[in-house]
Design a protein around this ligand. Structure first.
Ligand code: ADP
Ligand code: ZN
Ligand code: ZN
Length: 749
């Protein structure tokens, strides 16, 4: 197949020139055909006519190397004279072959138009073409002039000057990020003569030093690190599961692999499950390698993103750390991928282009012929199964680093030891928090629910506040005195009376969210310096950085938060963790509810006692006998995963079978329902597969749209994609219906 494509690019068909496929940022099923006088290399960028306008696209080798069973049918060719001519090739480096193959695979696997998969890359190229290539040329320097008398030295302004104190020259992006200020602050300092614009030194500033500050590894760590170094040296595909208990130094261990890749002048990609974690990770990286990593996430300006993009294309070694979308960067010589906290569901992109960052990370490594490290204390059953079968190499780190020991985990049975009326914290937990604070240590109260209360109810007439656009309750956010839907952007001011019966006294908040726990904590621990940490309350990276600094500096001693605080943080003074509602997440009937609750709770428990002082964890639960609670208490992750396996294997549930969800979406309930049943009527039927549904989705109404679901399950080893393609082509969706296909679904809403 590859040969055919090469031919079609070089063979001149007639006087009209060469037939060239161009992939555009549009939801077309495949690349479009154009013609051009001379052949153009695949991966290069061109400007082409599209309708009455022009668009930028990428010269494409159609299904190159996609396995036969995944590949969609190749569309029919048009006669040459019907093709429009390419307007002009662009002066831009061609996308490397592994990335092109990656896009083709991913799009075939997820049944997503390849142009949508490549969309962000094309958009980046559009930006660079419009704004001129090359990173910013000018930077800022501290003039060290005297501060003018009438100039007010605010905290922010001071931070800028401090960031430049060593005579450094930094670009606007780097400086405003380092100082945590906006561009306007820099301008004010320039006006006052304290900052000057100077050319950025053309020297490669990103001099990563693999030997900058190498820690002394424990024997267990060193052995794991050595293995990873050897693996990187081989420059072959190999997946490696690095399973180490929380605090065992997984980061330090995979830093060894990174050091090796940098020594070999390779590029490295590290994926983190949460942007919020990058700030702390960056600092650790800088301490180890002497220079900050390049960061990639959606909050960056296009200018900052383009710099990372260009670095990936260049032939210099570099390290890029970021969110899953970094998988689509055009690396020229990738030597290693690390996926930290590989079990995290946040690696799954649920909207727009649906894909799983972990799975695609493994695929990308495979196509780049480089190793991939999956790090986790509690690997997903998918990854464990691959490790057990020998498809992945498996490393286990069983001890915490240094003096630290695993935290002790205890249940608080809420049936036996209920909180006082109106409280959510049991007396036992309150007492433990008090004792911890009195010892000068930090405590964390964890509740994975944003807002003040998940439900607001009128106790007189029974009215419940619901979102108008979704089948969901409105969540009270007291700090912002408003009601908010967690599924769409709907926000209303907090009500003062019941809209149904008009009563002003009977509105009751039912159940707790973190903000309510923060309020209760203020009552129990009035002296504490407390901080409530949720995604609602920290909107920017800069804010997050400031909060992390406060916690690390000990300015905060009581932390209250959602899963945002559960992830990979390292807060040395934190010794007590209380899970306010450990059972939350076990309901709902999700396939992975148990596994995920287990992972989340052991993550949050792992924040306790990470240095000399031992950690204690209390789980408030109504289900102390539940396997999740039992395995947490006994630190027995393996037995729990064996139970999970036993529950899923017989029915061919993932990872012992494969799933694809089909979500049918329409403004009109009847239309959605009709089409769902039509699809069901022509569902494939054969050995080893089963179709479940249709049924209204648990979130049957979302953003004003009705939703129906069907689920296809096949045995492991069967390819879902051709079955799905064939099925969906039998009953084409009418225009007014949207069909979302979710291969390997993680969420069942
Ligand atoms: P994990 O990711 O496994 O939870 P980390 O990599 O965050 O563990 O390590 C926990 C803490 O122990 C970090 O502060 C880390 O810097 C420290 N640490 C781990 N190994 C070493 C080592 N060999 N030398 C010095 N500090 C270490
Ligand atoms: Zn009422
Ligand atoms: Zn809503």
């Amino acid at each position: 197949m590859k040969k055919d494509i090469a031919l079609s690019l070089t063979e001149k068909e007639d006087d009209l020139g060469h037939r060239i496929h161009v992939l555009l940022r549009r939801p077309f099923e495949s690349a479009l055909e154009y013609r051009y006088a001379v052949p153009l290399p695949p991966g290069s960028f061109v400007r082409v006519p599209l309708g009455k306008k022009e668009a930028i696209g990428c010269v494409w080798d159609q299904n190159s190397d996609v396995p036969q069973e995944l590949a969609p049918a190749v569309p029919k060719s048009w006669p040459m004279k019907k093709l429009r001519a390419i307007s002009a090739p662009l002066d831009f480096p061609a996308l490397p072959l592994p990335l092109r193959r990656f896009v083709n695979w991913a799009s075939a696997y997820y049944l997503m138009p390849p142009g949508m998969m490549l969309g962000p890359v094309i958009r980046m190229v559009e930006f660079l073409v419009e704004n001129g290539k090359g990173a910013e040329k000018m930077g800022w320097q501290h003039t060290k002039n005297a501060v003018p008398e009438d100039f007010k030295m605010t905290k922010q302004r001071q931070a800028v000057l401090e960031a430049l104190s060593l005579g450094e020259i930094l670009s606007t992006d780097n400086l405003s990020e380092k100082a945590g200020v906006g561009v306007s602050v820099l301008k004010k300092l320039e006006e006052a003569g304290l900052l000057a614009k100077v050319p950025l030194p053309s020297l490669e500033r990103n001099l990563l030093d693999p030997h900058f500050s190498q820690p002394k590894l424990s024997p267990e760590q060193a052995e794991a690190g050595d293995f990873l170094r050897e693996m990187v040296k081989k420059s072959e595909f190999q997946a490696n599961l690095l399973q180490g208990i929380t605090g065992s130094g997984k980061t330090e261990i995979y830093f060894e692999a990174i050091a090796q890749a940098l020594e070999d002048h390779k590029q490295v990609l590290v994926l983190l499950p949460e942007i919020a974690l990058t700030a702390q990770w960056k600092k650790r990286f800088e301490a180890r390698f002497g220079t900050a990593p390049l960061v990639w996430h959606s909050e960056l300006t296009p200018r900052a993103r383009s710099k990372v993009f260009e670095q990936a294309l260049s032939d210099k070694p570099c390290l890029i750390v970021g969110a899953r979308s970094a998988l689509f960067l055009p690396f020229s010589h990738l030597g290693l991928i690390v996926i930290d906290e590989e079990h995290e569901a946040t690696f799954k992109q649920e909207e727009g282009v649906i894909y799983h960052g972990r799975d695609m990370g493994i695929l990308r490594a495979n196509l780049e012929k480089c190793p991939v490290i999956l790090a986790s204390a509690t690997p997903s059953l998918e990854t464990l199964t691959n490790a057990q079968a020998g498809r992945y190499h498996w490393q286990k780190i069983t001890e915490r680093y240094g003096e630290a020991v695993p935290p002790s985990i205890e249940m608080i049975d809420l049936k036996a030891l209920p909180p006082e009326k109106g409280d959510f914290l049991s007396p036992k937990l309150i007492e433990e928090v008090k004792a911890t604070l009195a010892r000068g240590e930090q405590a964390l109260l964890f509740l994975n629910r944003r807002g003040y209360a998940p439900l607001t109810l009128c106790q007189k007439c029974g009215f419940r506040f619901r979102c108008d656009c979704c089948s969901a309750w409105l969540v009270q956010h007291q700090h912002r005195s408003r009601m908010q839907c967690h599924h769409c952007d709907h926000v209303t001011p907090a009500p003062s009376a019941c809209p149904e019966c008009g009563s002003e006294e009977d509105l009751a908040a039912i159940g707790p969210g973190v903000e309510r726990i923060a309020e209760e904590a203020m009552r129990h621990f009035p002296e504490a310096h407390q901080l409530c940490l949720t995604s609602d309350l920290t909107s920017s990276q800069t804010q997050m950085q400031e909060m992390v600094r406060k916690i690390e500096a000990g300015e905060i001693n009581l932390l209250i938060g959602t899963q945002l605080v559960a992830k990979g943080w390292h807060f040395p003074k934190l010794t007590l963790v209380g899970a306010v509602d450990a059972d939350l997440g076990l309901g709902g009937g999700d396939l992975r509810a148990g596994e995920r609750t287990m992972q989340l709770l052991s993550q949050v428990a792992g924040r306790a006692g990470r240095t000399e002082r031992p950690g204690k964890v209390y789980l408030q639960t109504y289900l102390p006998e539940h396997p999740v609670m039992q395995s947490l208490q006994h630190g027995d992750f393996d037995s729990f995963m064996k139970l999970e396996e036993a529950a899923r294997r017989p029915g061919f549930w993932p990872p012992y079978g494969r799933l694809a969800a089909i979500v049918i979406i329409s403004e009109n309930l009847k239309q959605a329902e009709d089409y769902a049943w039509k699809l069901a009527a022509c569902a494939p039927q054969s050995e080893g597969m089963i179709v479940l549904g249709p049924a209204p989705a648990p979130l049957s109404f979302l953003r004003g749209q009705h939703r129906y679901r069907l689920l296809l399950r096949v045995k492991r080893g069967m390819a879902l994609q051709p079955i799905l393609r064939d099925w969906l082509s039998r009953e084409k969706a009418p225009k007014y219906i949207r069909v979302d296909i979710d291969v390997d679904p993680v969420s069942f809403l």
